[in-house]
Design a protein around this ligand. Structure first.
Ligand SMILES: C/C(=C\COP(=O)(O)OP(=O)(O)O)CCC[C@H](C)CCC[C@H](C)CCCC(C)C
Ligand SMILES: O=C(O)C1=CC(=O)c2ccccc2C1=O
Length: 298
């Protein structure tokens, strides 16, 4: 065996464990909240924006790293070769790296609170972290009851977008609350998609994910409705005068949405084939949210 043959599968496993594309999920609510704030006030604080983005990435890193730690305790990740705990065989190290990310992320948010002399943003982000913990940590493990999608919607939608808006303006806005629903749905699609290929392992570990509860065929149908809901919602907000017409640019993500729905409809019960669907959902989320925010900036 050559060095390349030995290292390559390992590199692939590490990339799957770190999931770089997933971090756009942390960036988009901050981007959209900040874009709405700019559209309404014409003010932009670059230091607050960049600190918030870095902190959000670190907090999401904590969520993912601690997910591997907590899942190693329930046995659900037994066959997940790209679990950080399985890769390193060192649970305490992974646990403390996760906590370090959380600490650094919260420090960034604390800096924003200090600059603003206002605890609102740190309060909201602590609530998000609480939801993130309840998703996977003992004794709650609400994700195992199929409640993760609700937590995900509120954390990445209304809470994160409003926190970003507030970090720029120190006020609230109905517009940012309305568009946060779109960001929340787009993010929740990713979590929903992540369950299709894991039904067997989830059932074995007693995890009742929405796909375990509904079955893969019904899950695939529901996915179509949720994915499709983003586009009329964007149009509705434009027609109601809540969002500028440029936000319809987010419809450019439609080909990815069609690809996602077709792919899941055709392969919902074939774990090997459907396993990449969450990354198609990441593309839907990325383009829909990027262009939604841009629509407010133009
Ligand atoms: C870790 C998450 C999903 C992975 O779940 P699962 O166990 O099915 O994955 P594996 O199969 O890979 O093991 C995401 C969970 C999201 C959670 C419901 C809410 C997280 C809140 C964040 C901490 C909030 C961050 C907000 C930020 C923008 C400031
Ligand atoms: O690994 C995953 O499946 C996910 C990781 C993650 O950070 C995230 C964040 C928001 C929504 C979904 C997901 C995942 O599915």
């Amino acid at each position: 065996m050559t060095t390349k043959q030995i290292l390559y599968p390992n590199t692939k496993l590490w990339m799957a464990a770190i999931k770089p594309p997933m971090y756009s999920v942390a960036i988009m609510p901050i981007w959209v909240g900040t874009a709405v704030a700019f559209a309404e006030t014409k003010n932009f604080n670059g230091a607050v924006f960049s600190t918030f983005i870095a902190a959000a990435i670190l907090i999401l890193a904590w969520e993912n790293i601690s997910n591997d730690v907590f899942d190693s305790e329930t046995g659900i990740d037994q066959n997940k070769h790209h679990s950080l705990v399985n890769l390193t065989d060192n649970k305490p190290l992974i646990f403390w790296i996760g906590n370090l990310c959380l600490g650094l992320g919260l420090l960034g948010i604390l800096a924003i609170a200090f600059w603003q002399q206002d605890l609102t943003v740190i309060g909201i982000i602590l609530l998000c972290c609480g939801l993130g913990y309840m998703y996977q940590g003992p004794p709650f493990r609400l994700g195992y009851q199929g409640l993760g999608e609700i937590l995900c919607f509120f954390a990445f939608g209304p809470l994160a977008v409003e926190a970003a808006y507030y970090s720029q303006t120190q006020t609230w806005s109905m517009t940012s609350l309305a568009v946060s629903v779109i960001v929340g749905i787009a993010t929740t699609l990713i979590l929903f998609c992540s369950h299709f290929h894991q039904v067997k392992d989830d059932i074995a570990a007693g995890k009742r994910s929405p796909i375990v509860r509904l079955g893969t065929a019904k899950g695939a149908q529901l996915l179509v409705w949720f994915t499709a809901s983003i586009y009329p919602l964007t149009l509705l907000f434009v027609l109601l005068g809540i969002s500028p017409a440029w936000t319809l640019l987010s419809w450019v993500s439609l080909p990815f949405a069609v690809k996602l729905c077709r792919h899941v409809q055709e392969n919902h019960n074939q774990p090997d084939k459907v396993s990449n669907c969450k990354f198609i959902a990441v593309a839907v989320h990325f383009w829909a949210c990027l262009l939604l925010g841009l629509g407010f900036m133009l």
